[in-house]
Design a protein around this ligand. Structure first.
Ligand code: FAD
Length: 421
């Protein structure tokens, strides 16, 4: 087993800030329940076992197979099989975590209990909630569950990913594909644009007379100059992006008629990928962890809910301010939350530290770009550290873009190995 100092170094958190006094006493007999076994929850569960092995850790996750969203755009582009996105929980169980394949349906924050869909109740000393996102059905007029079967979102990987892939395969050469991109905040800020890039790569190869139009609810997006440069260079007129100021914000869909409407226009695409507004997963609302925004406010340093003491929220569901909703961030938050939960259980103060994030995006299979950031709790929020991080340079050559594509692949193998391996 790694030393605790080694473990803390592996967090990717700022050096020097973490006190490594042994955890004992109350922490030893404590029980932590974690709801949601994605990048955030599974990382937190494993980190707790490593950091404070005496704590009993139970992970509640309904699915036996986790399907990762990162790299799922490659599946949509026909460059990768969905099986390469799938992971089971054997590694998590081996690490000493009790895994219950059930859904949490209710939380009693006063009695400190979680109710599962089979009626069982789990008592906890501290609870970590990491349910990811749910789609806000109806927030985009006409976009409900039935509409998603014709106009897939593919924003939760699995059947939706394959549906979008099949629709692109069936699209005629010379057809029109549209991506409707939402306003922030949403899961994976650069994700719609990586998807556009990889769909364009597929169309260029297989259906070169086709067109891909992005209708965006905003004017700016993550790595915009880099994406725009790559699109021009690789795909010419095949991709067109229109933003909110162009009047392109998606206003409604009519799935039966395969129509996508903005305030000014109506489009009749052959394939419509509608990425709708989102919010924290259902249990967050059920337990009154989310606010009017649909996301969960937290005390930045400890990830403890500002609405329900004793409950921590991590990953996409949490309001982590400047930190993007990414798997990288979810993993880092999960590990740091484990440290803070163990310290709180031992009667110690949460530590102050920094967290990192890097998001790679493919513009083509051998051409990737990235954005990196360093974040620190300041007052109530996670703030970006000025002068730290940045994006890939605009003037990089093909070798540099290829190297970033290799780094992206290494990153995916490393993080999934760490969380599920
Ligand atoms: P999730 O991974 O969604 O996990 C939540 C888990 O909670 C799920 O397994 C769910 O079954 C479970 N759950 C929900 N409700 C309950 C309940 N009531 N009881 C029990 N369990 C429950 N990020 C990157 O860093 N890099 C990338 O390249 C990248 N690419 C992306 C590409 C796409 C197309 C998309 C859509 C996302 C991408 N992301 C990427 C973002 C990344 O997938 C998410 O940020 C990440 O999955 C968030 O992790 P999470 O644990 O918060 O949520």
């Amino acid at each position: 087993m790694k030393s605790r100092r080694h473990f803390v170094r592996d967090l990717g958190i700022g050096a020097g800030a973490v006190s490594l006094a042994p955890l004992a006493g109350a922490a030893a007999a404590a029980r932590v329940v974690i709801v949601g076994g994605g990048f955030a929850g599974a990382s937190c569960a494993r980190a707790l076992r490593e950091f404070a092995p005496a704590i009993q850790v139970t992970l509640v996750e309904p699915k036996k197979t986790y399907t990762a969203c990162p790299f799922s755009n490659l599946v949509i582009a026909g460059q990768r099989g969905l099986a390469q996105q799938e992971f089971d929980y054997r590694g998590v169980v081996r690490s000493g975590v009790e895994v219950l394949h059930r859904s949490a349906v209710d939380i009693d924050p006063v009695g400190r209990r979680v109710r599962l869909d089979d009626g069982a109740e789990l008592a906890y000393d501290r609870l970590v909630v990491a349910p990811g996102i749910e789609i806000r059905w109806g927030a985009l007029e006409g976009y409900d569950e039935a509409a998603a079967e014709r106009m897939p979102h593919a924003w939760q990987a699995g059947a939706q990913t394959l549906l979008l892939r099949r629709q692109l395969e069936a699209m005629p050469d010379g057809g029109l594909a549209v991506i409707a991109a939402p306003a922030a905040p949403y899961r994976c800020p650069p994700g719609p644009y990586e998807r556009a890039s990889l769909i364009a790569a597929y169309l260029k190869r297989a259906k070169p007379r086709s067109k891909l139009l992005i209708l965006d609810a905003k004017d700016s997006f993550s790595k915009k100059p880099l994406f725009m440069q790559g699109w021009k260079q690789l795909y010419g007129d095949l991709i067109e992006w229109q933003g909110a100021s162009d009047g392109a914000a998606p206003a409604a869909v009519d799935a039966g008629g395969m129509r996508l409407l903005t305030d000014f226009d109506e489009f009749r695409p052959d394939v419509a990928n509608v990425i709708p507004p989102q919010r924290a997963g259902f249990i967050a609302r059920r337990a009154d962890l989310s606010d009017a925004s649909g996301w969960c406010p937290i005390v930045a340093r400890s990830f403890e809910s500002t609405r329900q003491p004793g409950i921590h929220v991590i990953g996409d569901a949490a309001i982590a301010n400047a930190m993007p909703k990414s798997a990288f961030a979810a993993n880092a938050q999960g590990k740091l939350c484990a440290v803070q939960v163990a310290r709180l259980l031992a009667g110690e103060e949460p530590v102050d530290t920094t967290l990192l994030n890097t998001c790679y995006s493919y513009v083509d299979t051998d051409y990737a770009i990235s954005v990196a950031g360093v974040y620190r709790p300041q007052g109530d929020s996670w703030r970006s550290l000025d002068g730290a991080g940045g994006t890939s340079p605009l003037d990089a050559d093909a070798d540099a873009r290829r190297r970033e594509a290799d780094y992206a692949a290494d990153w995916f193998d490393t993080i999934t190995g760490q969380v599920f391996g």
